[in-house]
Design a protein around this ligand. Structure first.
Ligand code: GLC
Length: 729
C-alpha cells in the first residue's frame, strides 16, 4: 500500500480500532483453529479488546497463524492484518549457540548467516518479526541474561547486533521472502542490574551509558532494525517505558529511530510497581508520552486510553503517530498485500533443521567454543581408550533458555557426537546428576546411595581409560530470564565427580556447558584441559567431537571474562586505572586490590587457545603523529608457528593515556579473524581514524582530544604488544 494511503486509512479508523493496534496479546488467546477463545486470562481482556489487538506474540506454525490471520481480518472493519512476533533469539527449529557463544566466534559474517537461517525457518512458519538482537552490554555473570548478549564489549556487540539485524532483515526490504523484521532490545542498559539481580535498578552515569551501553543499540538502529523494545529496568530511577528522554530524545532524536517501540512484557503496567504511576491510567499516559507504541500483554492502553482521549487528558495525535508507525511496519512487511507473508506448511517442514542449517549450526558451535586450558592432552587421538563422563554427556537439552521451539530429540548430544565420529574404545557414564535433587540439598535420603553408585561407576571407568572427558555444567534454565545466581560455581555433586575422577586419572578434559561465565577456578586447576562450549544448540554434540578430536581447530575467543571468583563481579577488561592502580606483581598495600584474590579475571575477554601457535610481530605504525583528518595505519605480521592450520582473532585496542575524564585502560576498536596454514605468515593491518578515538568528554561532547595514545594488537585484551602515537590538535 502506498504510504499516503496509510494516512487515509488512519483517518478512517475509529479510536477503538486505533488503540487496538497498540495492543499485543499472546498466542494463548487463540485456539488451534484460530478462533478467539473466551479469554481465560490473567490480564482481564474483553473479547472485543482481543478482537481488535493489532499483533500477536509467541504463536508459531503456518496452519495456526493462517487461521488466526484469516479470522482476524474478517472481523476487522478495515481488514488490517496482524503482525506475528516471537522470540527467535538464537535460531528457530535449528538452534544455534546462545548469543554469548556467538560473540566468541568474533565472526560477524557467520552470525549473520545464522540469523538469516533463523529468519528463513521462522518466516516459513508464519512469523513476521523476532525480538532479537538483544544488544545489552553485560559485565555481571550473576545475571542470567548474559546468555542472550554477545558480551562485555561495546564494539564487538555493535558489530554482531548489526550482523543479526542484516541477517534477519536482509538488505532488500522486509517484504522479501525468508526475511523477518528485527527488534533490538532491551532499550536501555538492562544488562547492568544492581547486584546482578534480574529486573533490578540500573545505576549508570550518563557517560558510561553513552560510551559503553548505548553504542550497540545504535549500531542495530543504524542497520535498520524495524522495532525497539523497552527494558524493564529504571535508569536514573526512571523506568524505560516511561522515560521520555531516553525513548524520544535519545532513541528517536539522537539515534534517528522512527520505527515502532514496543514495551517489554507487562512493562507498562509495571510502572505502577516501580512506583512512578498511581494507576493504569497514569501508566498508559506516561508510556504513550514516552513514545511507546505497543503495549505488550497488559490492558493499560486498550482499557485506559480511550476515555483519556475523550476527556482531553491524552492527545489523539499521540495515538495517531503510534498507530501510523505500526501501520507502516505492517506495510513494509507487505502484509496488506499478503497477510500470510511466507507462511507455507511445505516450506516450513522442508527448512526446519535442514542439512544446510545444521551445517551452519555445527560450524558456528565449533567456532564458538573457547579452549581455556590445554596441557597438550587435546586434540584426542581417535584410538585412545576414552571415558566420557558427566551429566551433560547424554543430555539433549544443550540449547539456551529461549530455544522454546527446539526439541531434545533433534539435538545431537555430546555422546552422540562422539559416537557419530567413530573413535576407538569409548565408554560413557553419567557420574552424577546435573544438580542436587530438590530437597536433597544436604544429601540425605535414599538418593545418596544412588548418587554413590553413579560416582563409583564413573570412577571405575576413569581408572581404565587413557583419557577422560568430563561433561559438566549448568542446567539450561539456570541462565536466561529471571535466572540470576549469587553463586556461579557448579553444583556440589559435579565438583565431587570432578575430584573423584581426577584422583584416579590425571588426563581429564573438562567440557563446560553454561549460559554464563562460571567460577571454574578449581576445575581449571585440576583438569588438564578446559573447553567452554556454552549452550551449543542442535549440532552441539557433533561440534564438540569435531573440536575434541582435532577435526576443527578451536578459534573461539571469550566475549565475556571468566571471573576468578564471583567476588570480583562485575569484572571486565575495560576497567579504569584508578588513582592507585595495582600494577602486576606490586606488593604495595595501599592500591586498588583485594586481599584474597587477584584483580584480573581467571580468563579475560578476547582470550582463547588453539591447537597451533601464532606469533604476532611488533606493532608497526605508519606514523607516530596523526592529525584529526588522517587515517593512521598500524599493522602486525601474524605467523602460524605450529603444525596445524588454524584461525587467530587479531584484536586491536586503543588507550587514551590522558583526557578530560578518566578513560578505560583500553577499548577494542577492531578485530580480524584470519586462517593460516602451518608456517604461513600474513600482514594484518588496521586503520585508526579520529572517530575511533571519540568519547564523551568533561562537557559531555562526543569528541576526540589531542594527546598520547597507545595501540595494542594481539590475541587477547591483555596483550602487551603496543605502539605509541599522538593525536594532534
Ligand atoms: C520477556 C523478555 C523479552 C521477550 C519478551 C517476549 O519478558 O524480557 O526479552 O522478548 O518477554 O517474550
Amino acid at each position: 500500500m502506498e504510504s499516503d494511503k496509510l494516512s487515509t486509512l488512519l483517518k478512517d479508523m475509529s479510536l477503538e480500532e486505533k488503540i487496538g493496534q497498540m495492543l499485543q496479546v499472546s498466542g494463548v488467546f487463540y485456539t488451534e483453529d484460530g478462533v478467539l477463545t473466551g479469554p481465560a486470562n490473567t490480564v482481564g481482556y474483553t473479547e472485543e479488546e482481543i478482537r481488535l489487538a493489532g499483533s500477536v506474540l509467541g504463536a508459531v506454525g503456518t496452519e495456526q497463524l493462517r487461521q488466526i490471520q484469516t479470522r482476524y481480518m474478517e472481523r476487522q472493519p478495515h481488514h488490517i492484518p496482524l503482525i506475528f512476533m516471537a522470540d527467535v533469539i538464537n535460531g528457530f527449529r535449528t538452534v544455534f549457540p546462545i548469543p554469548l557463544a556467538q560473540g566468541c566466534t568474533f565472526d560477524p559474517e557467520l552470525v549473520e548467516e545464522g540469523a538469516a537461517a533463523a529468519a528463513r525457518e521462522s518466516a516459513a512458519a508464519g512469523l513476521h518479526l523476532t525480538f532479537s538482537p538483544m544488544a545489552d552490554l553485560v559485565r555481571d555473570a550473576r545475571w542470567g541474561r548474559v546468555m542472550e548478549s554477545t558480551g562485555e564489549d561495546a564494539w564487538l556487540n555493535g558489530r554482531l547486533a548489526k550482523a543479526m539485524v542484516e541477517g534477519y532483515q536482509g538488505r532488500g526490504g522486509l517484504r522479501k521472502k525468508g526475511r523477518i523484521a528485527a527488534c533490538v532490545k532491551h532499550f536501555a542498559g538492562y544488562g547492568a542490574p544492581t547486584a546482578g539481580r534480574d529486573y533490578n535498578s540500573v545505576e549508570l552515569s550518563e557517560r558510561t551509558l553513552r560510551d559503553d551501553y548505548l553504542p550497540a543499540y545504535r549500531e542495530a538502529v543504524g542497520a535498520g532494525a524495524a522495532m525497539v523494545m523497552t527494558s524493564f529496568n529504571t535508569l536514573d530511577r526512571v523506568p524505560s517505558s516511561a522515560n521520555r528522554r531516553l525513548m524520544r530524545d535519545i532513541l528517536r532524536g539522537e539515534m534517528g529511530f522512527d520505527g515502532v517501540v514496543i514495551s517489554d512484557w507487562a512493562a507498562i503496567e509495571e510502572l505502577c510497581s516501580h512506583g512512578v504511576a498511581q494507576d493504569k491510567e497514569q501508566a498508559a499516559r506516561l508510556a504513550l508520552d514516552a513514545g511507546v507504541d505497543i503495549d505488550m500483554m497488559t490492558n493499560c492502553y486498550c482499557r485506559h486510553l480511550k476515555k483519556q482521549v475523550e476527556s482531553g487528558a491524552v492527545s489523539e495525535a499521540l495515538i495517531d503517530e503510534a498507530v501510523l508507525r505500526i501501520l507502516r511496519l505492517k506495510n513494509e512487511l507487505g502484509l496488506f498485500e499478503n497477510p500470510y507473508k511466507d507462511a507455507d506448511a511445505a516450506e516450513e517442514q522442508a527448512l526446519a533443521l535442514c542439512s544446510a542449517h545444521r551445517q551452519t549450526a555445527r560450524r558456528m558451535a565449533a567456532e564458538s567454543f573457547v579452549l581455556l586450558k590445554n596441557d597438550g592432552i587435546l586434540p584426542l587421538a581417535a584410538e585412545c581408550r576414552l571415558a566420557v563422563i558427566g551429566p551433560h554427556a547424554a543430555n539433549p537439552e544443550i540449547y539456551g533458555a529461549w530455544s522454546m521451539h527446539a526439541a531434545p530429540a533433534e539435538t545431537v548430544t555430546m555422546e552422540a557426537g562422539i559416537k557419530n565420529r567413530g573413535c576407538g574404545q569409548v565408554c560413557f557414564a553419567q557420574g552424577c546428576a546435573l544438580q542436587e535433587a530438590l530437597g536433597d540439598q544436604d544429601g540425605q535420603g535414599e538418593s545418596t546411595e544412588a548418587a554413590e553408585r553413579l560416582l563409583q561407576e564413573a570412577v571405575e571407568l576413569a581408572k581404565k581409560a587413557d583419557k577422560v572427558v568430563l561433561a559438566l555444567g549448568e542446567h539450561r534454565l539456570h541462565s536466561g530470564e529471571a535466572a540470576s545466581r549469587a553463586d556461579i560455581t557448579l553444583p556440589a555433586c559435579q565438583m565431587e565427580l570432578l575430584r573423584r575422577v581426577c584422583a584416579v586419572n590425571k588426563n581429564v578434559v573438562a567440557v563446560i556447558f553454561s549460559g554464563r561465565p562460571l567460577d571454574i577456578q578449581e576445575i581449571s586447576e585440576r583438569a588438564a584441559a578446559v573447553l567452554a562450549v556454552w549452550m551449543p544448540g542442535t549440532e552441539g554434540g557433533n561440534a564438540i567431537a569435531d573440536v575434541l578430536f582435532g577435526d576443527v581447530n578451536p578459534s573461539g575467543r571469550l566475549s565475556m571474562s571468566f571471573p576468578y571468583s564471583v567476588g570480583q563481579v562485575p569484572v571486565f577488561y575495560g576497567q579504569f586505572r584508578t588513582g592507585r592502580p595495582c600494577t602486576e606483581g606490586t606488593q604495595e598495600k595501599y592500591v586498588s586490590r583485594y586481599l584474597d584474590i587477584p584483580n584480573r579475571p581467571l580468563y579475560p575477554f578476547g582470550y582463547g587457545l588453539s591447537y597451533t601457535t601464532f606469533a604476532i610481530g611488533p606493532v608497526q605504525a605508519d606514523a607516530q603523529r596523526m592529525r584529526k583528518s588522517d587515517r593512521l595505519r598500524v599493522s602486525v605480521t601474524v605467523k602460524n608457528t605450529g603444525s596445524v592450520g588454524g584461525s587467530e582473532v587479531v584484536q586491536m585496542y586503543l588507550a587514551d593515556v590522558s583526557a578530560s575524564v578518566a578513560r578505560p585502560v583500553r577499548e577494542l576498536r577492531g578485530f580480524q579473524k584470519i586462517y593460516l596454514e602451518p608456517g604461513e605468515e600474513r600482514e594484518v593491518s588496521f586503520e585508526i581514524t579520529e572517530e575511533l578515538l571519540r568519547f564523551h568528554d568533561i562537557h559531555m561532547n562526543y569528541v576526540s582530544e589531542p594527546g598520547e595514545f597507545r595501540v595494542y594488537v594481539g590475541n587477547s585484551s591483555e596483550t602487551k604488544n603496543e605502539a605509541v602515537f599522538w593525536l594532534e590538535e
